[in-house]
Design a protein around this ligand. Structure first.
Ligand code: PMP
Ligand code: GLN
Length: 385
């Protein structure tokens, strides 16, 4: 008994592939979650909060300690100023942030630009909001944004652009020129922007993450989302946040108060601690460890015959598998999981406008211990012809 709005979206591919990986004892490179722990001192901060009586509802918009820490963090890292009490909101992960922002800000009939491939929760949340997606397809292997494709999608009903950079599943990091194209369109047509920046610290080879909100004229029209799941490797905590102009934060909060009201108090306290201690050396180490994992899996995949561009960001690699398998993305992912003990993700759930584009592509997640990746490499090397 599923609502007409949600029925077309079925079960999320992440749950499907993780269940399949478990059923076959496969190494799960399908769902993006680390198989290692985040910083132990952050876990200690959570334990302290749990033991210290911080166990009742938090302030709906976010525990004061966390909204202050988020505000300080944006000032310190990006030089962006947000009022902690009015311009920050804490969500149950970026996932709730996406839902609350779209539900709380959009009106039925509003058109929203999505870059394809998109994160899988955007279209169902737009459907719940009664809004209409308009797709701009970015193509393998470089996923460059053609400004004409974007301009061509704008209509009098366009209200918002949703941007994910660094981008899942492509590993693309939008560069300054592409961001300026998006900002120019937003300014020209008076559009809002919702940016999903959960991989903000996962960039490689000198690629730099630039928040869209930092471009001229964008701070007042951009709601920026991020999450402790990626930066501190606590995906199971589901602590995310949004920062933006008060009017947009009020919109997201209007939905958030009725979706979850507030998110776990002790975990908010611990993430406040983590952000306060999110020093340069933690982030430098974090990036270096991920660069090593990326380089390793990239070279194994290339050696086996996958065609790919090493990702500039995120913890995903999108690869063309045609040299090792002749079938579509779903058949490939099932075959690899069942026959070779490595689960990968079929990217078709990230596409709508051009269903041909993902047919020969697969996504691998490298947010895993080196020993997990080494074991996966041994299994993948058997594919080489
Ligand atoms: N956006 C993107 C692009 C993601 O890849 C993910 C996956 N974790 C999320 C949002 C969800 O983040 P969270 O786990 O904080 O809900
Ligand atoms: N964001 C993660 C991924 O892309 C998984 C999120 C989820 O399972 N919902 O793999």
């Amino acid at each position: 008994m599923i609502s007409q709005k949600l029925a077309p979206f079925g079960t999320t591919i992440f749950a499907e592939m993780t269940a399949l990986a478990q059923e076959h004892g496969a190494i799960n490179l399908a769902q993006g979650f680390p198989d290692f722990e985040g910083p132990p001192e952050v876990v200690e901060a959570a334990v302290e909060a749990l033991r210290g009586g911080e166990n009742q509802y938090a302030r709906s918009r976010g525990h004061p300690a966390l909204v202050h820490a988020v505000s300080d963090y944006y000032r310190k890292i990006y030089g962006l100023d947000y009022d902690p009490m009015d311009e920050v909101v804490i969500f149950s992960g970026a996932t709730e942030g996406i839902a609350a922002s779209l539900l709380g800000i959009l009106n039925p009939g509003d058109e929203v630009i999505l870059f394809e491939p998109f994160y899988d929760s955007y279209p169902p949340c737009l459907a719940l909001a009664g809004a209409v997606p308009r797709f701009v397809t970015l193509r393998f292997p470089d996923f460059r944004l053609d400004p004409d494709d974007l301009w061509a999608r704008i209509t009098p009903k366009t209200r918002m652009i949703v941007l994910n950079t660094p981008m899942n599943p492509t590993g693309k990091v939008f560069d300054a020129g592409e961001l300026e194209t998006i900002a120019e369109v937003c300014r020209e047509f008076d559009l809002l922007a919702l940016t999903d920046e959960v991989y903000e610290h996962l960039t490689f080879d000198g690629a730099r993450h630039i928040p869209l909100a930092s471009l001229p004229g964008m701070r007042e029209r951009t709601l920026t989302l991020s999450s402790a799941g990626k930066t501190f490797s606590f995906t199971g905590w589901k602590i995310g946040w949004g920062v933006g102009p008060k009017a947009m934060v009020d919109g997201a909060q209007a939905a958030h108060q009725f979706l979850t009201y507030a998110v776990p108090t002790p975990l908010q306290k611990a993430v406040a601690f983590a952000l306060g201690h999110c020093a340069e050396d933690y982030l430098t180490r974090f990036r270096a460890e991920y660069a090593r994992r990326r380089d390793f899996l990239t070279s194994v995949l290339q050696e086996v015959g996958f065609r790919l561009r090493p990702p500039q960001g995120t913890y995903f690699i999108l690869a063309d598998f045609r040299q090792v398998f002749s079938g579509d993305d779903r058949e490939f992912a099932y075959w690899l999981t069942r026959e070779h003990g490595v689960a990968a993700l079929p990217p078709r759930s990230f596409y709508h406008a051009d269903p041909e584009e993902p047919r020969h592509l697969t996504r691998f997640a490298f947010c895993k211990k080196m020993e997990t990746l080494e074991e996966a490499a041994q299994r993948l090397r058997r594919l080489a012809r």
